[in-house]
Design a protein around this ligand. Sequence first.
Ligand code: SF4
Length: 390
Amino acid sequence: MMKTNNLGLYIHIPFCLKKCHYCDFYSEAGTDSAIRAKYVDSLCSEIAWYGGRLGLASEDGGRLVDTVFIGGGTPSILDAGQTARIVSTIFDSFRVAEDAEISMECNPATLTAEKLAAYRKAGINRLSMGVQSMEPSVLEIMGRAHGPEDVISNFRLAREAGFDNINLDVMFGVPGQDMEIWKDTVHKVLALEPEHLSFYSLELAEGTEFYRRLASGQLKETAPEKDREMYHWMLETLDGCGYEHYEISNAAKPGCRCRHNLKYWNLEDYLGLGAAAHSFIADKRFSNPEDVSKYVDSWQTGNPAVDWHQENTWEDSLTDYIFTALRKTEGIGKKDFAERFGREFWDVFADRRAEFEEYMAAGDAAEDNEGVCITRKGMDIASELIALFL
Ligand code: SF4
């Protein structure tokens, strides 16, 4: 896909009801409403501030924003009025495309008919719900704050509110989850007929409750071959239900791919706002402090804090592009590559070609006139294939 000049906005809401046992994302659990209110004030200040640089108040009227993703954390923990204020500040500050995809992450048990109606009214047109499992014992092991019945009731409420573009996240390779439990979860989420599904293999991150329990022998890790069996069973099941597998961990009904996430995978520009949010604009990477208090203080005192930044070299952008674009099932387009990097793909990677051909012979990679990609079989060794070009 060709790079456009459009901009994606990512808004980070770093609050959760409680910390899940496997999670190492930046989020805070059990915060009080006063902190959340201050955070929303700061976030709106930041949105307006960037509106003066990249949005409506900039000299040229700014770049067209065609995707917005409100993620977390658990954004649906905010009051409906706070969410509506964030979205209206975006509309007041940026030139937003009429057909913009405006997504919001939510967790089951945090939605109500009133909240959903307010989201629709504000302009949110896509929801992404963290289901993870439909088995109560697995949800308990994961430390999730909801039960399977919350998924079904909240999904129905979302449909009734008019949401016709919904993603459900599920997770496999979780301790305590065997093949039968996994199949049951997938069948139950497919019965809801979501437009999009994300399916992640559990990653064991240091510092999490899961890591501690596994290290102390309280939990047992899923065997790699079992994890792969779950993944491939999922893909085959999705094939039979009209979903297109378009990225290692994502599948969608035709026309329902997540346009915002495709910006990351296609190395397009996005602006991240809120604590810990990362941005990539005009080959520059930068991020906000991973600390709510520091972030709020910086906006209350009018001294925006950027924690880290880097100007990508040609090689950095090449690495970033390979890393994300090869995750897509369509892989890397040769024409797109040549336009971005000013050189042909196999001219840059001539010394890797023989090794790539060995992967092709093994059925793990493929090439045609259009581009190169990792095959479904090769998804199991995707990191190894990506590393070949890094
Ligand atoms: S709800 Fe999401 S962000 Fe929050 S702790 Fe659980 S996995 Fe992490």
